[in-house]
Design a protein around this ligand. Structure first.
Ligand SMILES: C=CC1=C(C)c2cc3[nH]c(cc4nc(cc5[nH]c(cc1n2)c(C)c5CCC(=O)O)C(CCC(=O)O)=C4C)c(C)c3C=C
Ligand SMILES: [Fe+2]
Ligand SMILES: [Fe+2]
Length: 340
């Protein structure tokens, strides 16, 4: 056997890495951490695609002067004070722990399970470096979004690719595809509706995070995938078309976004006599500021203000058993053929 020279790099035993990727969240609701997070997020061309010469002065000027305090106050209302982190972080950690426990039982110590964020911490680059260093010669990357959007999945991938560009020894890569159309995901959503409704409702709104309408015209399939999720959920529940509707939330900026807007639709429903409305947010793999604060705050208030009587929010699938069964099944499928 040939002798390694003394300065030969350390060669760890080979592993398969499973890297869960989520959006990211501020380190704290205070002004500067909020500003850093929002600046990174809103400077991403996949999210806001205006040319930098036009957008950056607006972003770094009026927007980042005000929004960190306003959003920080909202984050403070939902903050997990015990762990000193946002709910998105707490839930992503719980999902990662559940995947790690499953993977250890299924594959032993040949797999390494981690999570990384697209914005903020832990950064995709730093986690990728650690996984390569630990010997991950194969990497399964799993963006934790049921639906594809340029502003979510593509930018998570971009960030991973940028990280890989810096690696001397790149792992072989696979990416778990969007899972909005998987039977077990639809069944899990339907079960969460059944479990979340103590009594009958007049209408269920499937409220998806919005996007500028223009992104749809430019080829982003997100809008169609959302509508398909609503249709399949309706079929799984055995409901007719009047009882479930697709809406979009979280509009940002002056452009027209995907419609109808949830905040307006709940008011229209209440005014039309539908006094018992439920909302579910199928595009989020975990509860976050957009569901805990926006849906259960601003959107619920709009409904009550318009005369609505009973508002039910159906939580995201989070680290629940059924969701974890979907995620680990997808991981297993996408690892097929890789000898572990
Ligand atoms: C400005 C444009 C934005 C686009 C386009 C956008 C798309 C998009 N976002 C999610 C999921 C999440 N977004 C979250 C927060 C959030 N989103 C935007 C802006 C856009 N999102 C902002 C400015 C924020 C920060 C909060 C705020 O200041 O209001 C979150 C929650 C993060 C958390 O910490 O809890 C998620 C999740 C999707 C799925 C999507 C496109 C399909
Ligand atoms: Fe967003
Ligand atoms: Fe469409």
């Amino acid at each position: 056997m040939h002798q390694l020279p003394p300065d030969h790099p350390r060669i760890p035993s080979e592993k398969t890495g499973i890297l869960l990727a989520n959006l990211g969240t501020p380190d704290s609701p205070d002004y500067w951490p909020m500003r850093r997070y929002l600046s990174e997020f809103l400077s991403d061309k996949r999210v806001v695609d205006y040319p930098a010469w036009l957008w950056q002065p607006i972003l770094q000027g009026p927007i980042l002067a005000r929004r960190p305090s306003k959003s920080g106050a909202n984050y403070r209302m939902i903050w997990n004070n015990e762990a000193n982190e946002s709910p998105l972080m707490t839930i992503t950690k719980a999902q990662t722990a559940a995947v790690a426990e499953w993977a250890e039982g299924r594959y032993g110590d040949k797999v390494m399970v981690e999570f990384a964020m697209r914005y903020g911490n832990p950064s995709t680059r730093s986690v990728l470096r650690r996984m390569v260093e630990a010997g991950c010669s194969r990497l399964l990357f799993f963006p934790l979004y049921p639906h594809y959007a340029g502003a979510t999945v593509a930018t998570a991938n971009d960030e991973l690719f940028r990280g890989l560009m810096k690696e001397k020894w790149q792992p072989t890569l696979r990416i778990v595809p969007p899972y909005f159309d998987e039977d077990d995901y639809i069944a899990a959503l339907a079960n969460s509706v059944r479990a979340g409704l103590a009594e009958d409702v007049d209408i269920l709104l499937c409220s998806y995070h919005g996007l500028p309408e223009r992104y749809l015209r430019e080829g982003d399939p997100y809008h169609c995938q959302c509508h398909k999720t609503t249709r399949r959920l309706r079929e799984a529940l055995g409901w007719d078309e009047t009882k479930i509707k697709t809406t979009f939330q979280s509009k940002f900026g002056p452009e027209s976004w995907l419609q109808p807007y949830t905040v307006e639709e709940v008011a229209r429903q209440a005014e039309a006599g539908n006094k018992r409305v439920a909302v579910i947010a199928p595009a989020f793999s975990s509860d976050c500021i957009e569901t805990l604060e926006e849906i259960q705050g601003e959107i619920q208030e709009s409904f009550t203000h318009a005369g609505g009587e009973r508002f039910t929010y159906i939580p995201c699938l989070n680290a629940g058993e059924e969701h974890m069964a979907v995620l680990t099944r997808l991981i297993e499928t996408n690892l097929a053929g890789w000898t572990l």
